[in-house]
Ligand binder design. Sequence first.
Ligand code: WT7
Length: 635
Amino acid sequence: MTKQITSFSDYQKTYKDSVKNPEKFWAAQARTFTWRKKWDEVLSWDFETPDIQWYKGGQLNITENCLDRHLKRRGNQTALIWEPNDPSQPHKSYTYRELYEAVCQCANALKANGIKKGDRVCFYMPMVPELTIGVLACARIGAVHSVVFAGFSASALADRIKDSSCKMVICSDYNQRGAKNIPVKDVVDKAIAKKCKSVETVLVHQNTGGKVKMKKGRDKWWHDEVSRRRKNCDAVTMDAEDMLFILYTSGSTGKPKGVVHTCGGYMVYTCFTFKNVFQYQRGDVYWCTADIGWITGHSYIIYGPLLAGATTIMFEGVPTYPDAGRFWHVCEKHRVNQFYTAPTAIRALMAMGDHWPSHYDLSSLKTLGSVGEPINEEAWNWYDQHIGKGKAPIVDTWWQTETGGIMISPLPGMHALKPSYAMYPLPGVQPCLVTAEGKEIKTKEAEGLLCIKFPWPAMIRTTYGDHERCKQVYFSTFEGMYFTGDGARRDKDGSYRIIGRVDDVINVSGHRIGTAEVENAINEHDSVIESAVVGYPHEIKGQGIYAYIINDRGVDDVAAFKKEIHKVVTKVIGPIAKPDLIQVVSGLPKTRSGKIMRRILRKIASGQADSIGDVSTLLNPEVVKEIEDQQKLAK
Ligand code: WT7
């Protein structure tokens, strides 16, 4: 079984060993899984190319480890609980055997529709069990899944389908979220119409039963295709370094990149981190509220928990529907032991009042998790007192789409916690802080740019179709290191506090949004000449989106203009990227070489205009004063 650390001294010893001899440590973790062929070499790496290979020569199938491996001892244990959007509807449960059979049926359906090892399959679906089933069905036959969050627009979906030339799209008819009914299939049709020539089949899961158009020859119903298939399907043998999935994420440039994860290392790492960070014990019920459209859902709703033989909950709804007690109701109903959510949800629920959690029995909670953005002390304390009742340690987990799994986190119950600190690197993780010049800061107490100087099994291998970009973004800034894009500080005791992004990425409600992407979208509006987008502190979302826009016609009614901007951004990216504040300006501060000085704009948006400093070297210094003076007109 995967090692489970039991005390702080155990952690210290394990950590030391893992750094002294990483290969020995990760080989021991890997041995606990089912391999069809053992690896020849635990690790071969080079951060310059980059070329990272874990368990080279090893062969496996991750679903054999998520499902088959558990059937003998745990076939009748609940693997997956699905809690619907509407609380008056019954929840659904799948035992490990039932999930195994459902995955096999779907895998057989994919095969019957021409999907083979290496083909890419795109998912654009709400949080329904068929999403988990479909993802695992791909992994079973060696197809590469690319899940796109169902809040993205048709145009964003089309870009992602095209970038990885997906052969199939799996979607639902509609998505019922809160009180909204979203026409998912219609968005898929619109996306494919944008020249997605690679798509041969669209598999449609009937979710609400609402009316949809089905294109003959291309569109097929899930219930026709999947239900009649055989309930077993041989798992395809995969090399440890074969691609498992692609997940798109935003960066500082306009185009989202497809982060690639591979089979062997991702499997070992997500299981190890799941068991240790959440201290999952046999029989516990674990709930992560993330959407499977993001990495948190991949690693800590599907793979990590199932690899560990856990019971994992999937929630279709939103925190405030039908009311702000929904999360706590679900915790009480399923006697949840580990609960994992984002600070933005905590802040939103905190703002609704303390009485909501007080109506529910939350005594089953043993560990609380936080992820996606820095958690402020006030939210941390509320989470601790009103949800954990001071008895459930909070694990503030720092990681990224690119890291595949949790990297820095407290270990619950093993040491004192510090609110707003992600604290200690997990075994095998070697973080460091560097100066802007790339020099490692060796003193214990320090602040700098967060890098990782040694490979870990679940790290990014490439960006799909563009290896050079992977090299540029993560491995070229500082020689011999993976650069995270985050700033952090370290205390005397070696404990880390994550400060936030240092690049042009905004973290809105725990979702990463590239400023360039939002600018490109805004610029599609007819009357926009140029725009600059920055983040600013937002009470609920952590960061909000602030857009400075130059408009060629002048704007009398900023509120009406904002609506138009929202429309175009929703169309190009999706509602998650809508600016919270818009300011119409006559110019943008630029360097003499024509680069927008976002640093200055960030200061103004954050109300820190006093500390802007000298602007005299700008091409147009006078514009700074004007933007400052007119900030009150932002809507
Ligand atoms: C960025 C990665 C990894 C799952 C969700 C987000 C920020 C993540 C924390 C944390 C402070 C955090 C970082 C990171 N972030 N977790 N516990 N404390 N910041 O994944 O979309 O890839 O974003 O989220 O800035 O770089 P992602």
